[in-house]
Design a binder for this molecule. Structure first.
Ligand code: ADP
Ligand code: MG
Length: 239
């Protein structure tokens, strides 16, 4: 089964074509990384999958159902951005629980889920604090926790580590890898322009160039058999 399928997906802003016909299949529980230089369309492609932007042409399907006109919450996705996008006046707990409506269990179930996510990310001690009382790394963990609490089918990350310093970047990267191992059944799509992040996190890497897919493959495939000098340059392989 394919979790996510893109067929000839296009996106234009006015007369400016940003995504120029992308075909891509992503398996359930796969960790897919989009890489490519700044401005090549990584964030736009992620936002199309999320439903934060409308697709200009083409088809986007989740589990073989077309989702072109569904909202982000109808798609069962959660997204983590480079800027943490936390509500400054709410505690960590309230940030994580905000807007969470559960069919079953009510407040007790919300508490249970927030505590479980906080435990997983080691932020339990900060649940009563405000975002401004946290470091950048802790805030990004809260943002990841807020996504986990929603138990998404698809987890999207847009350069989540780029505001962190080098040591925290490595630590948070390892946490994201652990998260992927724990969250079976969850498809992860991760945008970065950092080759090391791509090579270490990805099951497969999709190299984007100027709104098209240049090559898709495992890190090893891209490293050993880059199809172009562009891919080789990007992945750091010797071609
Ligand atoms: P990346 O994430 O790879 O750096 P983006 O997807 O953010 O690239 O942007 C791709 C191109 O689309 C850029 O040239 C950017 O300026 C343009 N773009 C992105 N969003 C919009 C928008 N809302 N309106 C107009 N142009 C946009
Ligand atoms: Mg971007």
């Amino acid at each position: 089964m394919t979790a996510i399928r893109l067929n000839n997906v296009r996106k234009s802003f006015g007369t400016f074509d940003v995504i120029k016909g992308v075909d891509l299949e992503i398996s359930p529980s796969e960790f897919m990384v989009f890489v490519g230089p700044s401005g090549c369309g990584k964030s736009t492609l992620l936002r199309l999958i999320a439903g934060l932007e409308d697709i200009t042409a083409g088809t986007l399907a989740f589990d073989d159902k077309v989702v072109n006109s569904l909202t982000p919450s109808q798609r069962g996705i959660a997204m983590v951005f480079q800027s943490y996008a936390l509500y400054p006046h709410m505690t960590v707990f309230d940030n994580m629980a905000f807007g969470l409506k559960l069919a079953k269990g009510g407040t007790e179930e919300i508490k249970r889920r927030v505590n479980e996510a906080a435990d997983m990310l080691q932020i339990t001690a900060y649940l009563d604090r405000l975002p401004k009382q946290l470091s950048g790394g802790q805030r990004q963990r809260v943002a990841i926790g807020r996504a986990i609490v929603r138990d998404p089918k698809v987890f999207l990350f847009d350069e989540p580590l780029s505001n962190l310093d080098a040591a925290l970047r490595v630590q948070t990267r390892l946490e994201i890898a652990k998260l992927h191992a724990k969250m079976h059944e969850t498809t992860m799509i991760y945008v970065t322009h950092d080759q090391v992040e791509a090579m270490t996190l990805a099951d497969r890497i999709c190299v984007l160039r100027d709104g098209i897919v240049e090559q898709v493959g495992t890190p090893l495939e891209l490293y050993e058999k880059p199809q172009s000098v562009f891919v080789a340059g990007f992945i750091g392989s010797p071609k």
